[in-house]
Write a protein that binds this ligand. Structure first.
Ligand code: SF4
Length: 357
């Protein structure tokens, strides 16, 4: 199997070119073509000699995965579907010793907003966290995306050249694919990579504490935490992860870091009618987050089959927001985008046969 160049650091690329007997400076040229010019194939790297490109192609491929479908909302939001081939969990091997692969698809969503264009990327096919309100969680886990799979969601979409921001908020729990996600963030923020400021990147997690600590230590990017309920026993009803990583411990960890400067932390709170939208919940949320520099995003829930709760009515959401704001917790209701194209996580890929409802 050919190795993928997309995602490699300059040091790794240097090893590649020296190994092939190509000049050392070719490594920098490849990085420039992949991360700055965002080319679609090795053949497009035209300042590398034809012989050099042929040599590269014998043992390497770019690793860029083109999207297989795109749908566009009336509000300009675009949802891309990418085919992926992931290592099947359970360590199954083919007779030749190679891992058994599984084909599926993942989504990336591009959200235009004034002069910003944000891409929301997936980090896994399916997810093993099993949140009850989530279509991706219902699909089960199909495997981690590679660095090239994740970077393809930046490079292969039509807006590759105008993207301003990224959120790891698509399918999967990014901290459960830690090494690959961290490499992608390195490519996005390194001078030799995309050269983005860390302020342009936000990772969303349900709070996998050991990796969360490493993320906070290892990057200066923003963080969004899926909270959804301030009462541990009620949160557990929706989110099995609560058993392993208690939200109170997540918040305690966050208190050890500085969010008063450039780095921001926000809490995602999906509103379920009659489940987490009472005054009691609002007041508990204020108590839980008191003293932490943060904001809360209230999210409208898009109803899914075989799930008992609907979204809280708009007046309830507004009253909840106002109660939090009155008590000093900065809270907004997130604008829904792309509703006409099923923007909720996991829905497009689900339509393509992954879901197990
Ligand atoms: Fe996984 Fe996120 Fe869905 Fe939970 S909400 S199952 S962590 S993708």
């Amino acid at each position: 199997m050919k190795r993928k160049l997309l995602g490699m650091t300059p040091e790794e690329l240097q090893n590649v070119v020296l190994d092939l007997g190509l000049p050392k400076f070719t490594a920098g040229q490849i990085a420039q073509w992949m991360y700055v010019r965002k080319v679609r194939s090795i053949d497009d790297m035209t300042n590398i000699s034809k012989a050099g490109r042929e040599l590269l192609k014998e043992r390497y491929e770019l690793g860029l995965v083109p999207y297989c479908e795109v749908v566009e909302s009336v509000d300009g939001t675009k949802k891309y579907l990418f085919p992926v081939s992931t290592v099947r969990s359970g360590g199954l091997k083919n007779p030749d010793g190679t891992p058994v692969m599984e084909d599926s698809s993942v989504e990336a969503v591009m959200i235009p907003d004034g002069d910003r264009a944000t891409v929301c990327v997936s980090s896994q096919s399916g997810c093993r966290m099993g949140c009850r309100f989530c279509m991706t969680g219902r699909q089960g886990f199909h495997g981690n995306l590679t660095v090239a799979d994740i970077l393809s969601q930046f490079v292969a979409i039509d807006e590759a050249g105008i993207l301003t921001n990224a959120v790891f908020m698509g399918m999967g729990e990014p901290l459960d694919n830690f090494d690959n996600v961290m490499r992608v963030i390195e490519v996005l923020t390194a001078d030799w990579g995309f050269g983005w400021s860390p302020k342009r990147v936000t990772l969303s997690t349900i709070g996998v504490i050991p990796q969360l600590k490493r993320y906070l230590e290892g990057t200066r990017c923003h963080l969004a935490v899926s909270l959804h309920n301030p009462f541990p026993e009620e949160r557990l009803e929706m989110m099995p992860v609560q058993k392993a990583w208690n939200i109170e411990d997540v918040v305690s960890l966050l208190r050890q870091y500085d969010f008063t400067g450039q780095r921001r932390v926000s809490f995602e709170y999906t509103m379920f009618a009659g489940f987490n939208d009472s005054k009691r919940h609002a007041d508990a949320l204020v108590r839980m987050l008191r003293g932490l520099e943060c904001r809360v995003n209230l999210i409208r829930f898009h109803r899914i089959p075989d799930f008992p709760y609907a979204c809280s009515p708009a007046p309830v959401m507004e009253a909840f927001r106002d109660r939090l704001n009155r008590q000093g917790l900065t809270t907004t209701i997130r604008a829904s985008r792309g509703e006409d194209i099923l923007a909720a996580c996991g829905m497009l890929a689900g339509r393509h046969g992954q879901k197990k409802l």
